[in-house]
Design a protein around this ligand. Structure first.
Ligand code: CDP
Length: 584
């Protein structure tokens, strides 16, 4: 389907061996015999041309599709920016579904519930992940009018979604990921909070409780709060808010599940309240969406913008140019994508949400020799994200001038307040970049490294050994590099307790477990401040962390303006629905 011939002088992408393995397993188009019909170069050219071809729809475009295809190719193969996995897999290919994130409504009838199961299956097949709020379902044991029976309630229906997901592997390779959300005031909330208690239960779900402002206030005051039947908003019971909050904390301490989202805050940032209320996010929590809405994401690899010649070590001009090109890319993705349902196409085309984010932040800090757990790192995070958000909005304005604002602009908060016009209802999101970061060879999202050196199992038992290249270079520079050091680091993951290394280096080359939980949270909040959508981040806690520690993290997240929190206490359970490369 590629429309443009591949230029003879197209450079080979510089792909590391890990990326080669991941691309070959999952991203390269394959023939009927299962053998790849393309290589990395033709993959990136396929994507670049398919996305650049959309430029022809717009008269005022300053680019020819040919010139833009080349610019997109260089953008991706220079590992400055990568679009989310479905775009890499499906652009210019028969499937043509390019978005990673979807939210589907689940209505309170058999028809609507099973429609949602079917729609989710179609989305999973195309490589997307789905989020659902089950809050509209009548509580367990409510009467069912047509049969005189009793309802089984949200949790029981979630098991059906879970089983359906199990049977449909995404795009043949990626396991379907779901987010299940229930409001704190739903009568079945206690069952929901404990629904993943048993091992292997609801394996294809991440779950989160939607906390309201009213609930948080009741916790503070030690009051009871109302449980409400979603059908008629009748108060059908009450709970002590502090006790339910303690249960949430205990469950998160035991297993990491459920997470929490601050649903009122999310809705305060809803750019198009006239089109509906936001009830759910995508599976990893970084993208709140309206029912039937989808969003495509893309991530800038910050480590590439390290510039030792620049005053503060960052090539801001290069970063700005990349943001502008990336926003054009992501806006074109919306036109190029074929969505599995008409309702989704309609919603996506009305709002044109995109989610530009970053990866390689921890690598950048290593290169700049700034410890992750420092105020300097927080300032850098804010400066980077403020720049990206500002430039992304400016790029979206430029596109609005060329192509018109997003169709729902007039009824959006921007239209009402005379801000804009913008081409996109949102422009920034920070994704986990589980697989993208492997392809780009950088640290994932805004996370610190999990280990400085480790061996990793990737799909079908294949094993990859990795040492962070910036760490290796720093050790060589300091004259500290040796085989035995590397063996020790691979065993321990961290250098925090390798006393023979200079303290300065031990402060800079920190890993997730070396960092106090509160710094994880502060970093999430710093990025959230300048992100339209939400931020994917796990607050890692050591095994010895207490429930009190988790309670503090939850309150701090509330106070610092985060849209949700996910905590993970080391060793608290064997497996979780990880959105990482290994998760497939
Ligand atoms: O790096 P990649 O583009 O593959 O994905 P990510 O940044 O780790 O995850 C972004 C989003 O893709 C998630 O929040 C999900 O919505 C979706 N996803 C999924 O549906 N299934 C997976 N196995 C991984 C991600």
């Amino acid at each position: 389907m590629t429309t443009l011939p591949m230029p003879a002088d197209l450079p080979e992408p510089a792909i590391n061996p890990n990326a080669q393995v991941v691309l070959a397993k999952r991203y390269l188009q394959k023939g009927p015999d299962g053998e790849p019909t393309e290589d990395a170069r033709s993959l990136f050219w396929r994507v670049a041309t398919a996305i650049a071809a959309m430029e022809a729809h717009y008269d005022k475009s300053p680019f020819t599709p040919e010139a833009l295809a080349r610019a997109f190719y260089d953008l991706m193969t220079g590992m400055r920016f990568l679009p989310n996995s479905p775009t890499l897999m499906n652009a210019g290919a028969p499937l043509g579904q390019l978005a990673a994130c979807f939210v589907l409504p689940v209505g309170d009838s058999m028809e609507e519930i099973f429609d949602a199961v079917k729609f989710a299956a179609l989305i999973h097949k195309s490589g997307g992940g789905t989020g659902f709020s089950f809050s509209r379902l009548r509580p367990k044991k409510s009467r069912v009018g047509s049969t005189g029976g009793v309802a089984s309630g949200p949790v029981s229906f979630m098991r059906i979604f879970n089983t359906a997901t199990e049977q449909v592997k995404q795009g043949g390779t990626r396991r379907g990921a779901n987010m299940g959300i229930l409001r704190i005031d739903h009568p079945d909330i206690l069952e929901f909070i404990t629904c993943k208690e048993r091992e292997n239960e609801l394996q294809n779900f991440n779950i989160s409780v939607a906390l309201t402002e009213r609930f948080m206030q009741a916790v503070e005051k030690g009051e009871d709060y109302d449980l409400v039947d979603p059908r008629d908003k009748r108060v059908v019971g009450s709970q002590n808010a502090a006790e339910v909050f303690s249960l949430l904390v205990r469950k998160a301490w035991e297993s990491g599940d459920p997470g929490i989202v601050f649903i009122d805050r999310i809705n305060r940032d809803n750019p198009t309240p006239a089109l509906g209320e936001i009830e759910s996010t995508n599976p990893c929590g970084e993208q709140p969406l309206l029912p039937y809405e989808a969003c495509n994401l893309g991530s800038i690899n910050l480590s590439v913008f390290f510039d030792p010649e620049a005053e503060d070590g960052i090539d801001w001009k290069g970063l700005t140019e990349t943001v502008h090109l990336a926003v054009r890319f992501l806006d074109n993705v919306i036109d190029a994508s074929r969505y599995p349902l008409d309702q989704i196409t309609e919603m996506v085309r009305a709002n044109r949400k995109i989610g530009l984010g970053i990866m390689g932040f921890a690598d950048l800090l290593y290169l700049l020799r700034i410890p992750y757990d420092s105020t300097e790192a927080l300032s850098l995070a804010e400066k980077v994200m403020e720049t990206i958000q500002g430039e992304a909005r400016s790029a979206s304005k430029t596109l609005a001038a060329e192509r018109g604002p997003f169709p729902a602009y007039a009824e959006s908060v921007f239209g009402k307040r005379n801000l804009g016009p913008y081409r996109n209802a949102t422009t920034t999101t920070i994704a986990p970049t589980g697989t993208l970061s492997i392809i780009a060879g950088c640290s994932s999202g805004i996370e610190p490294l999990f280990a400085l050196a480790f061996s990793r199992h990737v799909m079908d038992g294949e094993k990859l050994v990795e040492a962070n290249p910036h760490f290796v270079a720093a050790m060589q520079e300091a004259g500290a590099y040796s085989e035995s050091l590397m063996e020790e680091v691979t065993r321990k993951g961290s250098i925090a307790h390798i006393g023979m290394l200079p303290e300065e280096l031990r402060d800079v080359f920190v890993t997730a477990m070396d960092i106090e939980p509160v710094w994880h949270l502060k970093m999430q909040a710093a990025f959230q401040k300048y992100t339209d959508n939400a931020v994917s981040k796990t607050v890692n806690l050591p095994n010895k962390a207490t429930k009190e520690d988790i309670r503090e993290i939850y309150w701090l997240a509330y106070e610092l303006g985060c849209k949700g929190v996910t905590v993970y206490r080391d060793g608290c359970k064997a497996g979780q629905v990880l959105c990482t490369g290994e998760g497939g």
